[in-house]
Structures are given as structure tokens and as C-alpha cells.
Write a protein that binds this ligand. Structure first.
Ligand SMILES: Nc1nc2c(c(=O)[nH]1)N[C@H]1C(S)=C(S)[C@@H](COP(=O)(O)OP(=O)(O)OC[C@H]3O[C@@H](n4cnc5c(=O)[nH]c(N)nc54)[C@H](O)[C@@H]3O)O[C@H]1N2
Ligand SMILES: Nc1nc2c(c(=O)[nH]1)N[C@H]1C(S)=C(S)[C@@H](COP(=O)(O)OP(=O)(O)OC[C@H]3O[C@@H](n4cnc5c(=O)[nH]c(N)nc54)[C@H](O)[C@@H]3O)O[C@H]1N2
Ligand code: SF4
Ligand SMILES: [Mo]
Length: 773
């Protein structure tokens, strides 16, 4: 929606950069972006924004952002990049990819999906279409560098991968934050713009905030209590808390009462994990563990929230499960001021169909060829991508020879990028959908660009399912699509048609292919709702007619909104939601606070919350093993420190370091370390030093002493290391920073979810010789 006077106007759009999904007000003069501010009238974010939102202008204007397809001729130092037209690019892809797949089979193709997919409506709706057409089991994504443990834990307990409850922060009396730093990250698996303001409000009404983190983070700084846990100590802490609560009373299930199975098994399974036994491994004393448990139990309303620090570590899934069960046995699940499941306006699997029970989740239907890692949510671990490419054909199947990356930069964002880089060089064909030639896409044979976010419509499918309150917002494009540009949904449909075997002419009719795919989806939906196939033709035709004035993502969205929980049901409930209703409300529509959803939200086969999934009980054996090893000490010999991750508000994973607004100011890729550790290593504050991983790989880091660090721990952000040849992010390469992932080991994973261990890894810090420093 746009308000205008003369040539200047203000348009409103949801920020496409992080999960907070702030409403932005974009000031334009003609087609030029003049300024970006927080939209004070936005019903969801109420004017909040961070510096990244402001940098939307820089992204739109960035001369390094790709605007035409690129084809690489030659390799390595001799590589030459040519800009080309879209038809030429599609022809090149067809010429090189299809014969490869015909000769060697679909398993020789891998797909790598990155974080921005979830922030772009067209990608989120159409990447699944491409994946289906690709027909390969070799799917990898950032989920296994991130939140897969939460999907597995909540999937097993509540029956759907996306049934992840979030804190009802507006009404709680106590929020415990474990392994998250929402003041810097702006929240994750919890869409919560202005966490700082909400935390302040919590404390002003007499509530408390407790942060458990090896570093006194920005969030810990505004908390009532901070506990500097040992990195990787969370499973031990949570088990100790659970044991203590069972040992000193009976669980209070609250609204979950009558909907839970497995409490007895859970109690028996944790009986041996007393706070005294857990203390050393948690790095917190037994009294603190007991006190945290009692604080959680005794607060009138409370929520325990765990995030990336609890996920990207060896016990990721166990931790995510333990967070859920602690909330469960203290009566916080589904409670006001506790942990609730948002009810999203569109495309939410746990609010469609018949509620209360479902198919549950299944994993391990396949295993990866080289490591035998189980499939989870249709994916293999990102840590396995390199080995699938660089390990020759074997009895278990063929080697991956072709790769499609979409908004994915695993050379920087996944562990051991050097191995992956070398593997990518050995591919027969690589295609990237990306907006930059960066560390990963420099290896591609063809790069297909995206539009600027300002040229695309937007709606948050995922984040409305994880939001602090209920709201619906839609952003129409702020600027027109240039004549020679392709929206990504069209690119994906075109590629999907090629992979489905349509000839070039048929594939080029994207609208026909889109209608065909939508029709199939609608039949699938009606079938799933129990309508016999012979009765479906008429309603499907009616739905297609009702949405025929729209195309692509907007068409799918409109149908989903209208059919959704708050929808207008195609006229049956005129006050309900539709795309048109959202267009008429540029600041969004407030749908009220989070509500109780049990038992309707459940999708487990027996319609019960599973407190003690067998796979998780079995995984407790690893905790026992770690406890018995604890005496012989955890860190590798000669690697006495432990490295953890960090996020800075002016950065976003690996790809926003080329934007002037964010790149200016002090150096941000710094290794924080306690002064006593710096002194022990003979390193001065501000000096360069070698940081070495247990595998022997080394990076150069600038050290900053900080009393905020738990002694023995180094904190370094990820996503840096823009000094590789062949990239074209000029500003980013001026201050490349060090790549934390270069040190990390791609074979270390949480076995249940396949998530890489990115935090809590032994390292050694060594002073640089005076002449090189
Ligand atoms: N050591 C360590 N490593 C980590 C983490 C950590 O905490 N520590 N965090 C992990 C986490 S949580 C995540 S989510 C991953 C993220 O890792 P990735 O999924 O690789 O995501 P990014 O690093 O954000 O890179 C995004 C890519 O998308 C491209 N892109 C941006 N916008 C668009 C667009 O509109 N269209 C297309 N086609 N491409 C676009 C960018 O140019 C870039 O290549 O990193 C993980 N890596
Ligand atoms: N500014 C900015 N915002 C971002 C991103 C970004 O790169 N920059 N990335 C986005 C993405 S993709 C994601 S997934 C989210 C992540 O959002 P968050 O989960 O909030 O991630 P972080 O800010 O890295 O905070 C993790 C905290 O865990 C602590 N930690 C590390 N190891 C451990 C441990 O073993 N135990 C405990 N208890 N704590 C530990 C770290 O010190 C850190 O303070 O952020 C998103 N938002
Ligand atoms: S916190 Fe910043 S990056 Fe995240 S949505 Fe808001 S403005 Fe965008
Ligand atoms: Mo992430």
C-alpha cells in the first residue's frame, strides 16, 4: 500500500532480513528509495526496526547485487563470467544438466537450500515444487546448521515438525532464556520484534528475566540473573532440573492434563541425573540447578525458551526435548504466560484438516550414501554435502555430480568450507539461484539472480506460526519488476518443468505449468480433507476461478488465507481474511493474543503429547557416557579453550557484509576472551592471534578481552571470511573477517537431528609472532 504526494511517497513492507519481521515504512522519490524507517502503525512491530532494516536501501542499490544471469566459462584462475539473457541461461542449464541426469540418474543431483528462502514468499512456495520435480533424496539445508533439533523434538512430542510453542511474553511473570540472545538476533523460532522493549515491560510489571549463556550477552545484560553455563552443559542442567522437580513433588500439567502420555517413563529415565551429578558437566553448582528448577516451578506464569546455543551442539535434540518437558511438567505448555502455539492465518499444517490427531512424524526413511545419516524432514545433514560430492560411486549409490543451490552459502555457513569448496570444483554442473557471486556461487556454472525484495510481494508463512501475537500482514511490491527480470517463483517453475521432462516450449509457459501445479495441490487438499476424487472437479474449478485474477505466490496465498482459520471462507464469512482484506490494511490486521490450543493442535497418532519419545530416552545413554568421560576431561589435549558463536545486530549470517550502512564502524569479527585466558596465552588485547581447531586447521583472529566471557571460552561470530578469490562483494572483501567454520569439523553432528556441532568445540589460541601480528 502506498501513500503519495507529488513524486514522493511512502510504502509499507515487512522487513525481509530476520525473523522479527518488522513492518517498515519505505520513503521513495520516484523509483528511488530515500529512507527506511520502522512503521509506527504496524500492528505487529509498532515502529521497531534495527540497522539491518535501514540497509534494505543499500541492498536495493548495491552495485554488486546480480541483476542478470551469469554463465561461467573456464575454471579456477581462468574463469571468465559472462552476463547473458534468461533464455540463454535456461538453454545452457538444459544442455548441461539434463544429459547428466539422464545418464547417471536423479541421485547424482543434490539441492542445497539456504536461510533466505524462509524470508521470501516466492521461494518458500515454489522451492518445494522444484524439489519435487528434481526427484532426488539428496536435499540439504541450513536447518541442519540450525533448528532441526527443535523440529525433531516438537515433531515427536506434538506430531508436527512445525508445532513449536513460543513464550507468551506479554503475560508471563518469568522468562528463562537458554542459549539465545534475542537482543542481538531479534529472536528465532520466536518472532518477537523489540525484545528489549518487551523484556523491559516484563520487568516493569514485576516479572523476571533469567539468561543462561556462557557469555554475559546483550540479553543477559538486561536480565535479573545471568548464569554462565559451560558450553554444551545445557542437557546436564536441564536433566538436573527435571530430576529435582520429580524428586520433590508431582508434575503439574495444567491445561495439558489429560492430553499427555509418558510421564512415568520420563520420571524413571531421569531419576539418576541428580543436580549433584550434573553440576560439573553443566558448569553450574547443584544449588543453582535446584534453584532454577524451583524458580521455574513456583512462578505464577512462566516460560523456558531455548534456542541456537541449545541446538548446534552434540545434545541438540535432547536439549530441545528437555526444554519442552520442563515446560510441560511445570504446567507451562499451552498456558497463559507460558508456551503457546500461534494460530497462523494461512498455510499452517497444524491448524488445517481434522485437529487433535494425525500421522505424527517419521524419520530415517532413507540414509545418506556415505555416512549413513538418517533422513530427517526429507533432508540429510548439511555436514554430509561435501562427502556426497567428493566420495566416488560405491555399492550404496552414485556420487553427486550436479548441485543446485538456492539462497545458500555453505562454503561459509557450514563447517569445513575448504573441503566443500574443493568438492564443488569437482562437480560436473552447478547452478545457483543467488543475488551475489560469493564464496559458494563462485563455483557455479550458471547463477540466476533474484529481484530486489522491494520488487516482490511478501507474506510470512513461517513466522506467523511462531509469532509473539496473532496478526496478518501482506506487503505488495513497492517497485515494479524491471522488464527483463524474472521473479524467482517463475524461475523455479521453469526449472521444475524442465526437470519434469517438459520440452523447452512447454516449460516456457510458466503460467500454464503454475495452474497445473495449483490444480494438483487443490485436489490433494480436498482429498486429504476426505472428499472422494470423483466429487473434486467442481470445487477445484470453482477455486481456480475465484483466484484467476491472481498468479503465482499471490494466488496461492489468497486461496490459503480465505480457507484458513481467520479466512472469509469465500464469502461465507465476509469479515474474514483474504488477500484483498490485507491489501486494504497496509499496517496489518491485529488478530489478538495467543490462545490455548490443546488438544486441537496435536497431530500425534494417539492424539496425546508424547512426553517420553523412545528415540530421546535412548539418546540419554550418550549423556551417561559423557558423564563417565568427564573425569578424563572434555576438551581435546592441547586445545584447552572452547569456542562458541555470537551474533551482532549489524550482521546477518554470511551475506550482509557488503552493505555500507552495516559495514561501517568498528570491526565486528572479534574473538572475545576472558582477560585471564588472554594473559595465559600471552596475547594482548586487540592483537591478532592464531585460533586452531582440533583438526589442525587454523584462522587468524583479532582478540578482544572481555570480562563478559566465562573463563575458558572464546566467542567468535560466523559468516565471515570474505577473502576467497573469485567473489564480487567488494565492500565485504575489504574487511573479510575470519571464518569460524573453517575450524569446525563437518563430521560432528547431533545424531538424532543431523545438526552440525557449531558451538562448544575445543580450540587453541596462540600468539602471532611479533613480525606477522
Ligand atoms: N559457526 C556457525 N555457523 C553457522 C551458524 C552459527 O551460529 N555458527 N548459524 C547457522 C544458521 S542459524 C544458519 S540459518 C545458516 C545460514 O546459512 P545459509 O543458509 O548459507 O545463509 P546465509 O549465510 O544467510 O547466505 C544466504 C545466501 O542467500 C543469498 N540470498 C540473499 N537474498 C536472496 C534472495 O532473495 N534470493 C536468492 N536466491 N538468494 C539470496 C545470499 O547471497 C547468500 O548466498 O548459517 C549457519 N552457520
Ligand atoms: N543480527 C543478527 N541477527 C540474526 C542472525 C545474524 O546472523 N545476525 N541470524 C539469524 C538466524 S539465521 C538465527 S537462527 C537466529 C539465532 O538467534 P539466537 O538463537 O538468539 O542466536 P545467537 O544470537 O547466536 O545467541 C545464541 C547464544 O547462545 C550462547 N551459547 C553458545 N553456546 C552455548 C551453549 O552451549 N549453551 C548455552 N546455554 N548458550 C550458548 C551464545 O553465547 C549466544 O549468546 O538469529 C537470527 N538473527
Ligand atoms: S529486527 Fe532488523 S533485520 Fe530483523 S526484521 Fe526487524 S528491521 Fe529487519
Ligand atoms: Mo538460522
Amino acid at each position: 500500500m502506498t501513500e503519495s504526494s507529488d513524486d514522493t511517497r511512502t510504502a509499507y513492507r515487512i522487513c525481509p532480513f530476520c525473523e522479527a519481521a518488522c513492518g517498515l515504512s519505505v520513503q521513495l522519490c520516484g523509483d528511488e528509495v530515500v529512507a527506511v524507517r520502522g512503521d509506527r502503525d504496524d500492528v505487529f512491530s509498532r515502529g521497531y526496526l534495527c540497522p539491518k532494516g535501514v540497509a534494505l536501501k543499500d541492498l536495493h542499490d548495491d552495485p554488486d547485487r546480480l541483476r542478470t544471469p551469469m554463465i561461467r566459462r573456464g575454471r579456477g584462475e581462468h574463469a571468465r563470467w559472462e552476463a547473458c539473457g534468461w533464455e540463454e541461461a535456461f538453454a545452457e542449464i538444459e544442455r548441461r544438466l539434463m544429459p547428466l541426469l539422464d545418464a547417471h540418474g536423479r541421485r547424482t543431483l543434490a539441492l542445497s537450500f539456504g536461510n533466505p528462502i524462509v524470508h521470501k514468499l516466492g521461494l518458500q512456495l515454489y522451492v518445494p515444487r522444484l524439489a519435487r520435480a528434481a526427484g532426488t533424496p539428496n536435499v540439504f539445508s541450513a536447518s541442519t546448521l540450525d533448528q532441526m533439533p527443535k523440529h525433531v523434538a516438537c515433531g515427536l512430542m506434538y506430531g508436527h515438525w512445525l508445532s513449536i510453542p513460543v513464550p507468551d511474553i506479554e503475560r508471563t511473570d518469568l522468562l528463562i532464556v537458554l542459549g539465545a540472545n534475542p537482543i542481538a538476533s531479534n529472536g528465532s523460532l520466536w518472532t518477537v520484534p523489540d525484545f528489549r522493549g518487551k523484556a523491559r515491560a516484563l520487568r516493569e510489571r514485576g516479572g523476571r528475566l533469567i539468561v543462561i549463556d556462557p557469555r554475559r550477552s546483550e540479553t543477559a545484560d538486561v536480565a535479573d540473573e545471568h548464569h554462565a553455563i559451560r558450553p554444551g552443559g545445557d542437557a546436564f542442567l536441564l536433566l538436573g532440573m527435571l530430576q529435582h522437580l520429580f524428586a520433590t513433588g508431582s508434575p503439574t500439567l495444567g491445561l495439558a492434563d489429560g492430553h499427555v502420555v509418558g510421564i512415568t517413563e520420563l520420571q524413571a529415565a531421569v531419576a539418576a541425573f541428580t543436580p549433584e551429578r550434573m553440576a560439573a558437566a553443566a558448569g553450574l553448582d547443584a544449588a543453582t540447578i535446584r534453584q532454577l528448577a524451583e524458580t521455574l516451578r513456583d512462578a505464577p506464569r512462566a516460560a523456558l525458551y531455548g534456542r541456537i546455543g541449545t541446538c548446534t551442539q552434540p545434545f541438540g535434540t535432547l536439549c530441545s526435548w528437555l526444554v519442552e518437558v520442563l515446560n510441560l511438567i511445570t504446567g507451562r505448555i499451552d498456558a497463559e504466560g507460558g508456551m503457546r502455539w500461534p494460530l497462523a492465518p494461512a498455510l499452517q499444517a497444524n491448524s488445517t484438516g481434522t485437529g487433535g490427531r494425525g500421522r505424527g512424524v517419521v524419520m530415517g526413511r532413507r540414509h545418506s550414501r556415505v555416512s549413513g545419516a538418517p533422513e530427517v524432514m526429507g533432508e540429510f545433514p548439511m555436514g554430509c554435502l561435501a562427502e556426497e560430492i567428493d566420495t566416488p560411486d560405491n555399492a550404496d549409490g552414485p556420487q553427486v555430480r550436479a548441485l543446485i543451490t538456492i539462497a545458500s552459502n555453505p562454503v561459509l555457513s557450514a563447517p569445513n568450507g575448504a573441503r566443500l569448496s574443493a568438492a564443488l570444483d569437482g562437480l560436473d554442473f552447478m547452478l545457483s539461484l543467488d543475488i551475489y557471486r560469493n564464496e559458494t556461487t563462485r563455483h557455479a556454472d550458471v547463477i540466476l539472480p533474484a529481484l530486489s525484495p522491494l520488487q516482490e510481494p511478501h507474506y510470512d508463512i513461517a513466522f506467523t506460526q511462531l509469532a509473539w501475537t496473532h496478526a496478518a500482514r501482506f506487503s505488495p511490491p513497492v517497485l515494479p519488476v524491471p522488464d527483463d527480470a524474472w521473479p524467482e517463483w517463475r524461475v523455479l517453475m521453469r526449472l521444475a518443468a524442465m526437470l519434469d521432462g517438459h520440452d523447452a516450449a512447454a516449460a516456457a509457459d510458466v503460467d500454464a505449468r503454475d495452474e497445473e501445479a495449483l490444480k494438483k495441490d487443490l485436489h490433494g487438499m480436498l482429498g486429504a480433507a476426505g472428499m472422494p476424487a470423483e466429487q473434486q472437479a467442481e470445487p477445484v474449478a470453482a477455486l481456480l476461478r475465484a483466484s484467476a485474477h491472481l498468479d503465482g505466490p499471490e494466488r496461492q496465498l489468497d486461496l490459503a488465507l480465505r480457507a484458513g482459520h481467520w479466512g472469509d471462507r469465500f464469502g461465507a464469512r465476509p469479515e474474514g481474511l483474504s488477500l484483498e482484506a490485507l491489501r486494504a490494511a497496509p499496517h496489518g490486521i491485529d488478530l489478538g493474543p495467543l490462545q490455548a490450543r490443546l488438544p486441537e493442535v496435536l497431530r500425534t497418532p494417539d492424539g496425546r503429547i508424547q512426553a517420553a519419545p523412545p528415540a530421546l530416552l535412548a539418546d540419554l545413554a550418550r549423556v551417561e557416557a559423557a558423564l563417565s568421560q568427564a573425569d578424563s576431561e572434555v576438551p581435546g589435549e592441547g586445545h584447552p579453550l572452547i569456542v562458541i558463536g555470537r551474533r551482532d545486530v549489524r550482521s546477518n549470517n554470511s551475506w550482509m557484509h557488503n552493505l555500507p550502512t552495516l559495514a561501517k564502524g568498528p570491526e565486528r569479527c572479534l574473538a572475545l576472551i576472558h582477560p585471564q585466558d588472554a594473559a595465559a596465552a600471552g596475547i594482548a588485547d586487540g592483537a591478532l592471534a592464531h585460533l586452531q581447531g582440533a583438526g589442525g586447521r587454523e584462522i587468524a583472529v583479532r582478540v578482544k578481552c572481555s570480562e563478559d566471557m566465562r573463563p575458558g571460552v572464546v566467542s567468535l561470530p560466523h559468516g565471515w571470511g570474505h577473502d576467497l578469490p573469485g567473489t564480487t562483494q567488494r565492500l565485504a572483501s575489504e574487511r573479510p573477517g575470519a571464518n569460524l567454520n573453517a575450524l569446525l569439523d563437518e563430521t560432528l553432528r547431533d545424531p538424532l537431528s543431523g545438526t552440525s556441532v557449531l558451538s562448544g568445540v575445543p580450540v587453541r589460541l596462540r600468539a602471532m609472532d611479533a613480525e606477522t601480528a
